[in-house]
Design a protein around this ligand. Sequence first.
Ligand SMILES: [Zn+2]
Length: 243
Amino acid sequence: MQIFNPQEKFGLEKIVAAFSSRLDGNMSLCFGDTRNALASRKKFLSSIGIDYKNLVCAKQVHGKKIEYVTQANQGSGALEYDSSVMDTDGFITDKKNVPVAVLTADCLSIFIYDSLIPAIAILHAGWRSTEKNISAEAIKAMQNRFNSKPEELLIGFGPSIRSCCFEVEKDFKSNFAFGLLKKNGRVFMDIALINQRQLVDCGVKKENIFDPAFCTFCNNDDFFSFRKEAQTAGRLISVVMLK
Ligand SMILES: [Zn+2]
């Protein structure tokens, strides 16, 4: 699935960026039916030119920690969950052939590409990480380590549960100043809009944010949804790599 706007002039030939669908199988080594996960990863990733043994995954904790990774981290979480990078919800790298990934079922995955350095990031942004502004953490990390310019960054959003389906408690208002919609006395969260606003507040150009707006809950045939499937839900993978 195309992540970034194909109309862009930037050097998209320098990266591979993709997310999987339900048809590609469960990509998680610890959630849902994991029996075929390694085979599914191998098949999906090889189809986009990535060696599944090099994959870098995290033990995601709904925090805001961003980890800088290099070739030394290749294979962390690739073949068994326990070797995943600990307590991390985002990766940045400027190294080639280091495929960084997050696994989601309703949470928003965020791809970031700096074509000038070049450098990349991938984020796992559920509502808790969104509340902690993981988007801003990633932009800061890229500025600090790569001297990235926010206005040059390209952003892509993966599938997530959208405001059509993401009902939250009414007292969520105390957590979020914007991005909550009221419908018939119920409250729904627009997690993509909030992250978009957080990125724009960091200096990212709105027109550089590509949001295909797939709802995992509405399109449960195509994607995994934790809200819909609970503990049986598998995970889709969002992966990006510099070539
Ligand atoms: Zn929906």
